[in-house]
Ligand binder design. Structure first.
Ligand SMILES: [Zn+2]
Length: 113
């Protein structure tokens, strides 16, 4: 794809397709990437082509059927699910840390007085 006249955001998204497919993007970048794909048919088509090349070849090798749109949807949804799971986990961990600090403070006050 010629990236000369494409907005910068599209050029960045295009560069992130391979790292996204290899699960190498961090959550923030992956989320921006997915949101951009939902809004930009040009990048979505480029993603579909690269997805077809990377995943379609695997299916050719093992001889199984391949539905591009279905498989692509699953891949994008599982990224969103992973991002959401990590977000919930992080919130729980922060909550536990806050609780731990209060327990420690309470124990300090309790022991000192
Ligand atoms: Zn785009």
């Amino acid at each position: 794809m010629n990236t000369k006249n494409v907005p910068l955001e599209c050029a960045e998204v295009e560069k992130q397709i391979k790292p996204f497919l290899d699960w190498e993007l961090n959550d923030t970048d992956a989320e921006r990437f997915i949101n951009h794909l939902h809004e930009c048919p040009v990048c979505k088509e480029e993603f579909a082509i690269q997805y077809l090349i990377s995943e379609g070849l695997k299916h050719l090798e093992d001889g199984s059927a391949f539905n591009l749109n279905h498989e692509m949807g699953i891949r994008l949804d599982s990224s969103v699910a992973n991002i959401n799971k990590r977000r919930v986990y992080n919130r729980v961990m922060i909550g536990l840390q806050v609780v731990s600090v209060f327990v420690l403070l309470f124990l300090c006050v309790f022991v000192l007085y």
